[in-house]
Design a binder for this molecule. Structure first.
Ligand code: SF4
Length: 359
């Protein structure tokens, strides 16, 4: 029996009851029931939580063959909720809530759903009916269900993280083979954020990733960093440490070696240039006060700010950090350049030496 045929056997009563059971097991039966009671008391028994605009829910329905991705989804989902509600004698709002929580968790209640970006197919009651789960073991997806075909439909969230990585790795060749490689990458890195710090060599060290695929992965992830950097309108000023963190944080926070950035500013604290050094420890060898001074003079900078990252994630300044900062402040003062801050970024946290009174 093919995966397509099996999907047609998914009974809506079984579907609703199994989602409920799964979520009760995940959240705890009493907790889940009291959650549902609270929601029902708030919204009544109407269909107050439409699924059509929830990309994760739509993706889960698509995986189960219960809805398509694209323009037809809206009608299909409305009718599906109505039929499932009748078949299971559950209010439509409970059906929609079950789908949402099953697909992506419930904000503030359940962190992660079963059928999320990284679906837990081995503990899913629908694995037998699911085109995604059956595709995992098959050599290739049918063309109409390929990752590229789904992406081309332009629906937000049509593909999850492993599927998007697979498209980048495959370079137009076997998507399912690339999908298995993408899963390997994600499980080795433990998260997308950690994968984003990998070098081309690290990508290549995983079986199935060619040099070309490693370059594509690195450039896609670098693009994401540029996208995440808050664009600064021309003439915008850096008036506090938080401004530096917003601009430089995405570039520095996940790096696995220490990097040091000198932001060269005019007398109104507008960026006029930048010096980036690093890849090693923070020492006189990587931050040469003479180089900083030379660039400050060349770019006619009146002020400078320093930023560097702590790969450990702890932004507390080390004695070495305090020492190099004091030397930089001294050297810059000789040339009339004012050091306005030295910001240390450790993961999502930071320390501003100016705000902490070190400068
Ligand atoms: S088998 Fe996996 S992909 Fe399919 S519905 Fe279940 S969790 Fe989602």
């Amino acid at each position: 029996m093919t995966a397509r045929r099996k999907r047609h056997l998914l009974d809506l009563d079984f579907w609703v009851a199994s989602m409920r059971k799964s979520l009760e097991e995940r959240a705890g039966r009493r907790r889940w029931r009291s959650f549902i009671r609270r929601v029902l008391a708030r919204v009544g028994d109407g269909d107050a939580l439409p699924l059509e605009h929830d990309p994760s829910a739509l993706r889960c329905l698509w995986r189960l063959g219960l809805a398509s991705i694209g323009a037809a989804a809206q009608k299909e989902v409305a009718s599906l909720v109505r039929r499932a509600s009748e078949a299971s004698a559950s209010p439509p709002v409970e059906v929609t809530l079950l789908v949402r929580c099953f697909a992506s968790g419930c904000y503030g209640f359940l962190d992660k759903g079963v059928c999320s970006d990284t679906p837990e197919c081995t503990s899913c009651p629908f694995a037998l009916f699911c085109r995604y789960a059956s595709a995992r073991g098959s050599p290739e997806l049918p063309p109409s269900e390929s990752f590229s075909a789904r992406l081309a439909l332009g629906a937000l969230g049509a593909l999850g993280v492993p599927e998007l990585l697979a498209l980048i790795i495959s370079g137009g060749r076997s998507e399912m083979k690339a999908f298995r490689t993408a899963e390997k990458l994600l499980s080795k890195a433990a998260s997308l954020r950690s994968l984003a710090t990998w070098t081309v060599k690290e990508f290549e060290s995983v079986g199935g990733v060619t040099h070309e695929a490693a370059l594509r992965l690195r450039s896609a992830l670098d693009l994401a960093v540029y996208w995440a950097v808050e664009p600064r309108p021309p003439g915008a000023r850096f008036s506090q440490a938080r401004d530096f963190v917003k601009y430089y944080g995405p570039r520095l926070r996940d790096l696995q070696a220490e990097y040091f950035i000198v932001a060269l500013l005019d007398n109104k604290n507008r960026l006029v240039g930048e010096v980036v050094t690093g890849g090693g420890g923070l020492s006189g060898a990587t931050v040469d006060p003479k180089v900083v001074l030379k660039r400050a003079v060349r770019d006619a900078a009146a002020h400078v700010a320093f930023l560097h990252n702590h790969p450990s994630g702890d932004p507390t300044p080390s004695p070495e950090d305090l020492d190099i900062t004091a030397r930089l402040v001294q050297v810059c003062a000789l040339a009339g350049v004012r050091v306005i801050d030295h910001v240390i970024i450790g993961g999502d946290a930071y320390t501003s030496m100016s705000e902490s009174g070190y400068i």
